[in-house]
Structure formats: structure tokens, C-alpha cells
Design a protein around this ligand. Structure first.
Ligand code: RET
Length: 231
């Protein structure tokens, strides 16, 4: 957990620094991604110091993860949506829809993790169904919208969206294998796996986005080929 806290801190500080050199009109990407890393840092710090966990039956349940995820996953999706949509204001319905599915996924996941009996697998299934629906929206609607953006933006969007689909799909699998699920792997392995996923999905994602000055520069110069309107 202290490795997680350190990794997130390095990310947050780097994103804040990169933000001081943000191309005009792209500051919001730096701000959102900085806040993601900061929230994750605080969550890992709490867990590293022995907090954010409780006993469910005879297993230790780290609810601090879910507090982190409930704030950071909508922000990650917002980064993706703002990248894909040339006119986010015209697609508020789509953005809200994706975020509502995401919150539903995290909250039913939290409920599953806090449940002792076999009913937790049903909640896991509901949560995973919401994840599939939200990733489907990302792959269909956001990909379509991104096609109207400049080549650099399209490229970085595609990379980040694929990274998101792949990494996010691994979370329910780790959950099932770990102590909340079948207990195939112990708590140490579970913590390590979530750590790698969290660092890749937040800090890896952030670096790929924020160091791509060419794509961000195209946004700042209004480089969209055609304003997107998907509905
Ligand atoms: C849970 C368990 C129940 C089923 C599903 C889950 C999905 C979690 C996801 C988390 C993503 C977190 C990220 C964090 C920050 O980087 C809650 C594990 C579907 C997709 C990306």
C-alpha cells in the first residue's frame, strides 16, 4: 500500500508540474488527471497506515478502494469523453449516462464486497453487467465521436480507450480470484494486482494523455476536423 501511495504521489506531482506548461485551452485535462492521482494517493495513504478496512466475516475488506474508485473512475471517463467529443456540451446526455453506469458499477461492487454470503456473486454480476454496458458506450459512441477529431487526438484517444477497456475488464476478474470472491489468491497477491491495475489505469493513463503535447496542441488550436454531434 505504501508503494501505491508513493506511485500516486509521484503521478500527482508530475501532473501538476506538466500542468504548468499546458497548451492553452487544455488545462482541464491536467486538472482532472491531477485530482485522480491525488484522490488515489490519499486512499492508498489511508490503507498504508492501517485504515480504510473492516472485517467482513473473517476477511479484511478494503472499502477505501471503493471510495477512491467512486470519485476517480468518473473522472477518468470524463477525460476520455472530453478528448473524444469536440462539443461536450452537446453530448451531456451521453456523458451523464456513462458516468451513471460507472457509479452504479462501483456502488454495486462495494455492496458485493461488503456482503458475506453467496449473494455477493449476484451483485458482482450486476456490477459487471454495468461495466460491460459502459465500456460498450465508450467503444461505440465515443469512438465514433473521436473519428471527427484531428489525427493526433484520434490516435491518443484510441490508445487510451483500448487501455481503459483492457484494464477495467481485469478488475472484476481480480475481484473474483481475490478474497472478496473465491479466494484463489491471497490478500497479498490481490493487493499487488489491484496496485498494478490502479497505477496503470491512473498514472500510466495520465502520462500517455498529458505528455502527448502534439494531440493536446491540436485541441488547443481547435484542430477538430468537424464538430462532433453524436446522439
Ligand atoms: C469491481 C467488483 C465487482 C464487479 C466489477 C468491478 C469493477 C471495478 C472497476 C474498477 C476500476 C477502477 C479503476 C481505478 C482507477 O484507476 C468493483 C471490482 C465490474 C472496473 C480504473
Amino acid at each position: 500500500m505504501s508503494i501505491g501511495a508513493l506511485g500516486m504521489l509521484v503521478g500527482a506531482v508530475s501532473f501538476a508540474y506538466l500542468g504548468t506548461q499546458a497548451p492553452q485551452g487544455t488545462r482541464h485535462f491536467y486538472a482532472i488527471t491531477f485530482v485522480i492521482a491525488l484522490i488515489a494517493f490519499l486512499s492508498y495513504l489511508v490503507m498504508a497506515t492501517g485504515g480504510g478496512a473492516t472485517l467482513v466475516g473473517d476477511r479484511v475488506f478494503y472499502y477505501a478502494r471503493y471510495v477512491d474508485w467512486v470519485f476517480t473512475t468518473p473522472l477518468l471517463l470524463l477525460d476520455l469523453a472530453l478528448l473524444a467529443l469536440a462539443r461536450p456540451g452537446r453530448n451531456v446526455g451521453l456523458i451523464v449516462g456513462i458516468i451513471v453506469l460507472d457509479l452504479f458499477m462501483i456502488l454495486t461492487g462495494l455492496w458485493a464486497g461488503a456482503t458475506e454470503g453467496a449473494g455477493r456473486y449476484f451483485l458482482w454480476f450486476i456490477s459487471t453487467a454495468a461495466m460491460v454496458a459502459l465500456l460498450y458506450l465508450v467503444v461505440t459512441r465515443l469512438f465514433a465521436a473521436a473519428r471527427t477529431q484531428s489525427p493526433g487526438v484520434q490516435q491518443v484517444f484510441r490508445t487510451l480507450a483500448i487501455l481503459t477497456v483492457v484494464l477495467w475488464s481485469l478488475y472484476p476478474i481480480v475481484w473474483l480470484l481475490g478474497t472478496e470472491g473465491f479466494g484463489t489468491v491471497g490478500i497479498t497477491t490481490e493487493v499487488a494486482l489491484f496496485l498494478v491495475l490502479d497505477l496503470s489505469a491512473k498514472i500510466g493513463f495520465g502520462f500517455l494523455l498529458l505528455t502527448n503535447r502534439q494531440a493536446l496542441g491540436e485541441i488547443s488550436s481547435g484542430g477538430a476536423a468537424r464538430p462532433a454531434r453524436v446522439s
